[in-house]
Design a protein. Structure first.
Length: 196
């Protein structure tokens, strides 16, 4: 371990040796970078509209809110799915949206946008706009079938597509892993970060 970096972080930021050692061990030795990590500011965030697909997704959701469309947020039952669902639900409710949430029954309907889970969601929630969070990238056929029947589907996901699979499930699609190149906006975010 680089003792000079540990001592430098301790001195410049007033943090303890243990924390400084952990940070240096994880590759953080620049005091300014560590300060941004430990004391985040909203103003320091990337422009969310630099994330490919963000404009079309936001526009479609705003149309749904303005038209009072029934919106259902569909998510997986893991931590990222549930926090994404909760965050969007809270925000859309605060904007007076007609919003509901749907989480598949894990053991009966499986993981992701399975045909069974989506069928139950549509039957029980009757959405006019379905927002899939933390899933949907791999559900191209299911999403396209919904869209063929007149329902718009927004997909906000962070899972990489299978090798050779580069089909976007929807025109309202956010997934930084579908954009080539390093430094892609949003590439390090889980779905809840993309929703934020």
């Amino acid at each position: 371990m680089d003792e000079a970096s540990v001592e430098g972080l301790q001195r410049e930021l007033g943090i303890g040796r243990l924390l400084a050692g952990i940070l240096v061990g994880r590759g953080f030795s620049d005091p300014a970078e560590v300060d941004r990590l430990l004391n985040p500011r909203l103003g320091s965030l990337e422009d969310p509209f630099a994330i490919e697909g963000m404009s079309s997704v936001v526009e479609r959701i705003l149309i749904a809110l303005h038209a009072r469309e029934r919106i259902c947020i569909f998510s997986d039952y893991d931590v990222d799915g549930l926090t994404s669902n909760a965050l969007l639900h809270w925000v859309l409710k605060a904007l007076d949206g007609a919003v509901s949430s749907f989480v598949p029954q894990r053991h009966e309907e499986g993981y992701g946008m399975t045909p069974e889970a989506v069928a139950r969601c549509v039957a029980t929630e009757r959405p006019e706009l379905l927002i899939a969070v933390d899933c949907g990238t791999h559900a191209v056929d299911v999403v396209r079938e919904l869209m063929d029947h007149g329902m718009d589907v927004v997909v906000i996901d962070h899972h990489a597509g299978a090798t050779g699979t580069r089909q976007r499930p929807s025109p309202f699609f956010i997934n930084p892993h579908f954009v080539a190149g390093q430094g892609t906006a949003g590439a390090g975010l889980a779905s809840v970060g993309l929703c934020f």
